[in-house]
Design a protein around this ligand. Structure first.
Ligand code: SF4
Ligand code: SF4
Ligand code: SF4
Length: 359
């Protein structure tokens, strides 16, 4: 996301600065750790690091990472999402065109389905015997992504299908790790280098994952179909609606400061907070960081707003200067005191009352 790989093996890149764990010390994101069949992700002094000796570059974790901190040197899911619709056939298979379907996120599957204009089929018939699925979580994650992609398309009113081929009819002998490397290398040679990511990305890529930019571009192309459509604000793993309770929000602005994608930003005069659903990755950092619990999940996401990055004003405060600390604060009537100074004064008055009583 921010384009700097700090740990890199021959097969696999890990952009330390894009990981939610690096952005926010209290982040509990463990999607990659949970998915990795080799236990190659480890914590080192509370920082996530990649053990390059263990990582096989299987890409099973890549699709699950909300920020694109993880990347494969051999397979680029964003390029695949752009190029797949132009290829023949509608089957996505680890025997034909991807190293592992786990490399594709829900957003990639939706993008591919919209751009393909027809049904796409995900070949899961090899997963059960695959060494990458040794922990069984990889298959569950792929199945969940397919289900979520279809749920999104249905809610959006986009008539496309993402389905799974799960019968064992296409199974082959266990390819093993050596075979996996060969297959990955073969796939890498199939992917043309003529299209750079810069050509398919917009200026957003500094902070918003490229897979999100591709999804929004696909939705823009389907603008007539999504006109008037909304999805649940809490029903998807990769997107969320947000709301802020004006009465309890202290305008501390920490939610906007820590939002990793810039989905939350400040009004020019710092008197309020703006939200762009098209940039939110549902990481939950804002909910976690808000001390009064003022920010929460909204009811629904309008898909035209999402696709075109329309701004939504979540909260706007009337600011006044606190007569104690001289700092601007959200004024709700009564004394010209910010919450902190009011608390301070109340606590002090308690202490003074107590001291007086003891005399
Ligand atoms: S899934 Fe991505 S954001 Fe989450 S811990 Fe792993 S690298 Fe970090
Ligand atoms: S919503 Fe919470 S974190 Fe954001 S400005 Fe208001 S009080 Fe601060
Ligand atoms: S708005 Fe909140 S949930 Fe969405 S990306 Fe920003 S911090 Fe994460």
């Amino acid at each position: 996301m921010r384009g700097e790989s700090t740990t890199l093996s021959d097969l696999f890149g890990f952009d330390y600065f894009s990981c939610l764990r690096s952005d926010y010390a209290k982040s509990e994101c463990s999607i990659c750790i949970d998915l990795c069949p080799e236990d190659a992700m480890v914590f080192d002094r509370s920082r996530l690091t990649l053990d390059t000796q263990k990582c096989t570059g299987c890409t099973a974790c890549v699709g699950g990472c909300p920020t694109e901190a993880l990347s494969s040197e051999l397979f680029d899911p964003n390029r695949f999402a752009v190029e797949f619709p132009g290829r023949s056939g509608s089957m996505i298979s680890c025997k034909e065109n991807v190293p592992c379907l786990g490399a594709l996120s829900v957003e990639h599957l939706i993008t591919i389905a919209i751009r393909s204009g027809s049904e796409i089929v995900c070949d899961l018939s090899h997963c059960k015997e695959c060494p990458v699925n040794s922990n069984t979580l990889v298959l569950k994650s792929i199945e969940s992504a397919i289900e979520e992609a279809q749920k999104f398309l249905d809610a959006a009113g986009i008539k496309r299908r993402v389905s799974a081929l799960s019968e064992a009819s296409r199974s082959e002998a266990d390819i093993g790790r050596r075979g996996l490397f060969k297959k990955l290398a073969g796939i890498a040679s199939q992917i043309g280098e003529e299209r750079t990511l810069g050509e398919i990305a917009s200026g957003e890529r500094e902070r918003v994952p490229l897979k999100r930019v591709l999804l929004k571009n696909a939705l823009k192309a389907a603008a007539e179909e999504i006109d008037g459509a909304s999805i649940s604000g809490s029903g998807f793993s990769f997107a969320a609606a947000k709301k802020i309770d004006e009465q309890s929000c202290t305008n501390c602005q920490e939610c906007a400061m820590f939002c990793p994608t810039g989905a939350l930003s400040l009004l020019r005069d710092n008197s309020g907070i703006i939200f762009q659903s098209g940039k939110c990755i549902a990481c939950g950092i804002c909910d976690d960081i808000c001390r009064p619990g003022s920010i929460g999940t909204g009811a629904e996401i309008n898909l035209v707003d999402f696709a075109f990055d329309r701004m939504q004003l979540l909260v706007k405060h009337k600011l006044e200067i606190c007569e104690e600390c001289k700092v601007a604060f959200p004024y709700r009537g009564g004394e010209m005191l910010c919450d902190r100074c009011r608390d301070f004064r109340e606590n002090f008055s308690d202490i003074f009352t107590l001291a007086k009583d003891m005399q």
